[in-house]
Design a protein around this ligand. Sequence first.
Ligand code: ADP
Ligand code: MG
Length: 231
Amino acid sequence: MTITSKLFNVVYKEGRKNLLENEAKTVCLEYGIPVTKFELAKNEVEAVKFAEKIGYPVVLKIVSPDILHKSDVGGVIVNLKDAKEVRNAYKQIQQNVKKHKAKAKITGILVQEMAPLSTEVIVGAIKDSQFGPSIMFGLGGIFVEVLKDVTFRVAPITEDEAREMITEVKAYPLLKGYRNQPPADIDAIVKILLNTSKLVMEHQEIKELDLNPIMVYEKGAKTVDARIILE
Ligand code: ADP
Ligand code: MG
């Protein structure tokens, strides 16, 4: 059995439908979707150990089956530069979560590599009752949230379709590079779209998938947050 199938079994057995971020990123890794390096810490000492292993700066995030939107509860603290900042952020996140959602079960705190800021894109998948799994693409932030500048294709998608998706959003010129902004690695996005398509085709139990955001660089790309919801 694959890592992904085993993981989904565990999630179902625990009566859950939402994968934790570390679980969703483990699935991504099996399907060749690049993600920020991560380790799940159960206490402050572990958090510092993992931060040193990953290398500063790091990001700390709440991991809880009861929290889907982590920053809404003060559960994400970025750009931590040393052990002291990691320890403080660890305590701060626990306090924030207690204040916003006292009953939330805390699985741990995810320590992860801080991805340098860059152009953000979003790759998503939803299972349509009529067409089955469909793949979504757009640029991050206001482009998706305000302008709804997104595009969809029914899975499985071909490489040509993946390239079409990228070039047909209105914000595409931002990926081609402008002023002193270098062009983004389009091939890296194509690969993520194709691998996402493969993942949702092989796992029809995925109801929703959200890679939001993905930082795209001149060379390569990195998924910063991943969400997977099962049927
Ligand atoms: P939420 O559950 O609220 O969507 P995210 O994991 O997306 O939480 O974190 C919120 C924001 O924090 C992201 O949109 C991104 O801007 C920033 N962020 C999170 N993780 C990282 C990271 N590893 N590197 C850089 N920025 C990050
Ligand atoms: Mg997010």
